[in-house]
Design a protein around this ligand. Structure first.
Ligand code: SF4
Ligand code: SF4
Length: 297
């Protein structure tokens, strides 16, 4: 296919049909939800260099998929390491990779997976949370700013930029958080389930308030504290352990450190082996959003 035909765009009717087709493909590839955002919707939220068309010039659409991580059974397991190990299996990444391939090979438009990983510390080149909001898949919550989907609650998101112009979805009009039950809880007890699970004034990470209209008025999230509790195994722990191992002169002790549970779990986490990614789900465990989807026999 020539470059000219690649950059020509479908008319409105064809765009509607292609949007439907792409959404169905994403769902069959492992997504639980899928939305399409206008790449210029980023303009008012992020600085230059972090917008979709900065990363793929000519981007016309941003397709965002969300997938559930842990199964309903995993949420109910009394062994919390089940969530740690099975909490996040990159199903959303697999779905978006297949989708990008499909757009390029079947439709002849450029497509890339959005770079969501934090290559710059806590400042990823592209915010997957913002992508989910702009694609109409969820809204920010009082629990660590996690984007909650109205049907599933916590989801893991991936996105794809493409030069194909599709129909764009609108953002949700209704906030997902706080749930009516949480508004009631706040009015009666001055707290919500997530904040009560991890209150900042008792050494936790969360605080917030709800206004008279039942909307988030103020929210506080101590990200550094949360990361040190919820993500003990990963790049940081690997770097820390490696420096200690290299500096150890006693060969027997060094060997023990290499074989240790801590170093093994750190290695597993950074190699995307099915191991520790997150170790704390407590604010989400108590959240009523999406609970219905996890009620099985
Ligand atoms: S993930 Fe854990 S540590 Fe982080 S805010 Fe939620 S309850 Fe607190
Ligand atoms: S428990 Fe869930 S719905 Fe309720 S305030 Fe916290 S995040 Fe929002």
């Amino acid at each position: 296919m020539s470059e000219t035909s690649r950059t020509s765009q479908p008319d409105e009717t064809d765009a509607a049909g292609l949007t439907l087709q792409i959404k169905q493909f994403a769902l069959s590839a492992g997504a639980d939800v899928v939305g399409v955002a206008d790449p210029h919707a980023w303009d008012e939220h992020v600085p230059e260099g972090h917008r979709p068309y900065d990363i793929l010039p000519g981007t016309e659409s941003v397709i965002v998929v969300g997938s559930r991580g842990p199964t309903a059974g995993a949420w109910r397991s009394p062994l919390h390491r089940v969530m740690e190990v099975n909490g996040y299996d990159f199903r959303n990444d697999a779905a978006i990779h297949r989708l990008a391939d499909n757009i390029e090979t079947q439709l002849g438009y450029k497509a890339i997976q959005a770079p969501g990983l934090p290559t710059g510390g806590h400042q990823p080149p592209f915010s997957m949370m913002l992508a989910a909001v702009l694609a109409g898949l969820g809204t920010r919550s009082l629990a660590a700013n996690i984007i909650l989907n109205p049907k599933f609650g916590l989801l893991y998101y991936s996105a794809c930029f493409t030069t194909l112009k599709l129909e764009h979805d609108c953002m949700l009009e209704q906030d997902v958080c706080p749930h009516t039950m949480c508004v009631e809880s706040y009015r009666r007890f001055g707290t919500t389930p997530c904040i009560a699970a991890c209150p900042s004034d008792e050494g936790g990470c969360l605080d917030g308030s709800i206004d008279d209209d039942g909307r988030i008025d103020y929210s506080y999230y101590d990200r550094e504290r949360c990361v040190s509790r919820a993500m003990n195994f990963g790049i940081n722990s690997f770097q820390k352990a490696l420096a200690q191992i290299v500096a150890e002169d006693d060969k027997d002790k060094q060997s023990t450190m290499v074989q240790s549970d801590f170093f093994s779990r750190s290695c597993s986490a950074i190699t995307h082996y099915k191991e520790s990614v997150a170790q704390c789900f407590e604010c989400m465990r108590v959240c009523p959003i999406g609970r219905q989807e996890r009620k099985l026999r």
